[in-house]
Design a protein around this ligand. Structure first.
Ligand code: AVJ
Length: 322
């Protein structure tokens, strides 16, 4: 699930991306509760760490979603219908995407990703796996309205948004995001969205506090990325990973905790930390099936189908335009 491979080649070559990153960091570290948007986790090092997270024994999300997709693939493909335009938010180099393409046989597959490198990789891989599939990659930010030129025809549009990435948004933001997507797919459109389920807090806690410390390294890499790309002088050893389940809000929160009173420079900006002060780096919302359906219902979609695994860990919602 590589997203932004900028620093793999020539760091800083994407001036606009770098400026946006700098702006988010300066603004986020200036807040009373310091915060950084989770989309910046995914530089080359962060993408590699995330791939390791997906293979951890404690991180049930990826393997559960794959298994449930595999066991229900015929019904999922029937829901999506054949011959339509399949859009994926995030570039699909994953096994799940290949299962879906093989079963649903779309006329066009359109991965949407901000990272052109990630798109190129996905196109090359899928092109090899499906030589006759028409692939139309779209470089762009799917969290903003997309211009979809040349696809105003009669083909049905289905958006695939797996991985519980929607969990990074608050329920209110998720509703606005679904409403925007409903506009993209039109009145006959549909959406398949992977959503992590509410469950025993101990299982959630373990998934975000793995024994090998890979999630900690993933979280701390954000500071290393700031050092590399924005002339920062964070000492990652003076911060620690902290993740907990905030039950009233139904979300995992990840933070980086300052282990001492210190000040840190990012370019020409200086930020002071008290001992124990945190940077809030990610929210990962969890929903019951009913809760997510309620969010969808407020957005112009109707929760028509839902598939879950036997243990009730993860859900895949099939939404239809209302
Ligand atoms: C990619 C947003 C679904 O929230 O579980 C994994 C990212 N953060 N471990 C998640 C993540 C820490 C992941 N999502």
């Amino acid at each position: 699930m590589g997203r932004d491979h900028r620093s793999r080649g020539n760091p800083g070559i994407d001036a606009a991306g770098l400026a946006a990153f700098r702006q988010d960091v300066i603004a986020g570290l200036s807040l009373p509760q310091k915060a950084l948007p989770p989309k910046h986790f995914y530089d080359a090092a962060g993408s590699r760490l995330f791939e390791r997270i997906c293979r951890l024994p404690e991180y049930y999300l990826t393997r559960t979603e794959l298994a449930l997709t595999r066991s229900h693939i015929a019904a999922i493909a029937r829901f999506a219908g054949s011959g339509g335009v399949l859009l994926e938010y995030g570039s699909g180099e994953s096994l799940k995407t290949r299962l879906l393409i093989r079963a649903m046989r779309p006329s066009v597959y359109m991965p949407v990703d901000i990272s052109e490198d990630a798109l190129r990789l996905a196109v090359a891989k899928l092109g090899r796996a499906f030589p006759r599939l028409r692939i139309a990659p779209l470089a762009g930010d799917f969290s903003r309205p997309l211009d979809l030129p040349g696809f105003r025809g009669p083909d049905r549009r289905v958006v695939y948004f797996p991985g519980s990435t929607i969990g990074n948004l608050s329920p209110q933001e998720a509703q606005a995001f679904l409403r925007m997507t409903r506009g993209q797919v039109g009145p006959r459109g549909a959406m398949l969205v992977g959503v992590d389920l509410k469950k025993d807090a101990r299982l959630l806690h373990a998934a975000y506090n793995d024994a090998r410390g890979v999630t900690a390294a993933f979280n701390l890499n954000l500071l290393r990325r700031i050092n590399r790309e924005l002339r920062g002088d964070f000492n990652p050893k003076r911060f620690s990973h902290y993740a907990f389940y905030n039950a009233p809000l139904g979300r995992i929160e990840m933070h980086l905790v300052s282990r001492a009173a210190q000040s840190v420079n990012v370019g020409d900006h200086r930020f002071a930390f008290e001992r124990g002060e945190t940077i809030h780096t990610e929210n990962s919302y969890k929903y019951s099936v009913e809760e997510f359906r309620a969010v969808a219902a407020e957005s112009g979609f109707r929760g028509a189908k839902v598939w879950t695994d036997r243990r009730g860990l993860f859900s895949l919602h099939g939404l239809l335009a209302d």
